[in-house]
Ligand binder design. Sequence first.
Ligand SMILES: [Zn+2]
Ligand SMILES: [Zn+2]
Ligand SMILES: [Zn+2]
Length: 109
Amino acid sequence: MNTILISPVPPNLSESCYATFTTPRLPKRRPDPPQCHNCQKYGHTRNYCHHYPRCVKCESEHSTDECTKQPEEPAKCANCSGNHTANYKGCQSLEKILNQTKPKAKAKI
Ligand SMILES: [Zn+2]
Ligand SMILES: [Zn+2]
Ligand SMILES: [Zn+2]
């Protein structure tokens, strides 16, 4: 039996919309390469690092704990010198690495 809604905005509309848009599975996340917490470079971890410590916030040669950067100062990326912290997932150097390491797509003719 069909129910015709006369009210222009049924009170339960938003709820039912949510139900239809809720997907149980999250989109597949690409695996990020390991990032060193000592020098902020990708591809190795702190335990295997042979570099000088680099700050995640200001790219200077000190460990992040010793950083004296003020919160109002802009962050500087140790990998690309951009205005973000070195662990920013949108960093262009991370993008570059991901593009290098991603499996080869089907060869184009
Ligand atoms: Zn390192
Ligand atoms: Zn710093
Ligand atoms: Zn960056």
